[in-house]
Design a protein. Sequence first.
Length: 124
Amino acid sequence: MPPTTMTRACAALDGPDVGYGSRMRIIKLAWVGTRTNNAEPTVAFFHDVLGLRLELDQPGFWMLKLPDGSKVEVFGPDSPINRHLTTGPVVGFLVDDIQAATAELRSAGVEILYESGVDDSGNA
């Protein structure tokens, strides 16, 4: 089965007693997104200082890529994209099985706030 990404599975911890010791297979950190009032300086930092490649530059939305294909997305305060991102950086992990990872998170007391869909190729 090809790896699937949890980029759309936003989750919130239910409480301080959430268990750890995950058995899901996390392959890598595949995506980071953040909404900020300082979007242009943030993009400049990622591009000019860290050397990330700017892939997309739209009004209020930028996507940068790392050499391994991982993405960093920056949303300006008025961007209509991913409006649910309001509390700071959000990450997406590449996992080998999105349904099993979601079930495991739920059993650990994590509330899934935004369900991930899987397309015909197995990608979330």
